[in-house]
Design a protein around this ligand. Structure first.
Ligand SMILES: NC(=O)c1ccc[n+]([C@@H]2O[C@H](COP(=O)([O-])OP(=O)(O)OC[C@H]3O[C@@H](n4cnc5c(N)ncnc54)[C@H](O)[C@@H]3O)[C@@H](O)[C@H]2O)c1
Length: 255
């Protein structure tokens, strides 16, 4: 059965390129109206025009921009909190020196996009979803939110944060009709992975997915509608719900 999003109101952050643009196109192809948002206005507006959606500039790390964007809208049906960056500043290649080249600005930039972006986004859209008693928030975490990513520990920090946030928020708002979940893709062929990194991963035989496969994972999460669920996808392995070991599953649940 194909998911039917006819008449649904959706919003995608980081929708100008890569995974966000692909998911925006997928939502539109399933019938949804899509609000595409990004920092990159030219590319974001082009994606929105292509799918008959609307484009808004949104720096996800700004709570003021979130509030201004969401205020005029009614409850959204699906919000894809996806915008993200790696620690590497544009034009700067990382060195092997642990953390020494991470400036305060670089640290604030990644925390702002990857952590503040999902928290401010969820905080802005949740009240109207809860009032209506329905909605789905999907967050883009990463395999780096489940395991180690030695070449960018701060990226790993942010994505573990997103996984923990989605699991916990899912349990909090699930009983009120809203589903929060996270996806954890392995490497996908987008701009966030530099050409040098792609070459290195290729040498290591690490699989590089298409962004379409990540979009499949988003659709799987929406169809499953399981609050607090985390969905892993790596290469051409099956898309799987990631579960903690039974001993640690459900140690704290809502009363
Ligand atoms: N490509 C991968 O291998 C991979 C794997 C796992 C997770 N991810 C995650 O997927 C998400 C999407 O990345 P992508 O791979 O499509 O890369 P991408 O660079 O193609 O897309 C990221 C988009 O986010 C936007 N963005 C960055 N900072 C922003 C901000 N502060 N406010 C608003 N928009 C901002 C960029 O302009 C860009 O359009 C990220 O969260 C990334 O961490 C990517």
């Amino acid at each position: 059965m194909t998911l039917d999003l006819t008449g649904q109101h959706t919003l995608v952050t980081g929708g100008a390129s890569g995974i966000g643009a692909t998911v925006a196109r997928r939502f539109a192809s399933l019938g949804a109206h899509v609000i595409v948002t990004d920092l990159n206005d030219d590319a974001g507006a082009a994606v929105a025009a292509e799918i008959d959606g609307e484009y808004h500039h949104l720096d996800v790390s700004s709570s003021a921009e979130w509030e201004a964007l969401i205020a005029p809208h009614g409850a959204l049906d699906i919000v894809f909190l996806n915008a993200g960056v790696s620690t590497r500043l544009p034009g700067h290649e990382p060195s092997d020196e642990p953390l020494s080249e991470v400036t305060d600005a670089a640290y604030r930039r990644i925390m702002g996009a990857n952590v503040d972006g999902v928290v401010f986004g969820a905080r802005a859209v949740l009240p109207k979803m809860i009032e209506r008693g329905s909605g789905h928030i999907v967050m883009t975490a990463s395999m780096a939110g489940l395991g180690a990513i030695p070449f960018d520990p701060i990226y790993g920090l942010t994505k573990h944060a997103v996984v923990g946030f989605a699991k916990s928020l899912g349990q909090l708002v699930g009983p009120r009709g809203v589903c929060a979940s996270a996806i954890c893709p392995g490497f996908a062929d987008t701009n966030i992975v530099s050409a040098d990194m792609k070459a290195m991963l290729d040498l290591m035989n690490v699989p590089m997915m298409s962004p379409e496969r990540v979009a499949d994972t988003v659709i799987t999460a929406i169809e499953a509608n399981r609050p607090g669920s985390v969905w892993a996808v790596w290469g051409d392995l099956p898309i799987e719900q990631y579960e903690p070991t039974p001993a640690f599953n459900g140690l704290i649940t809502r009363p």
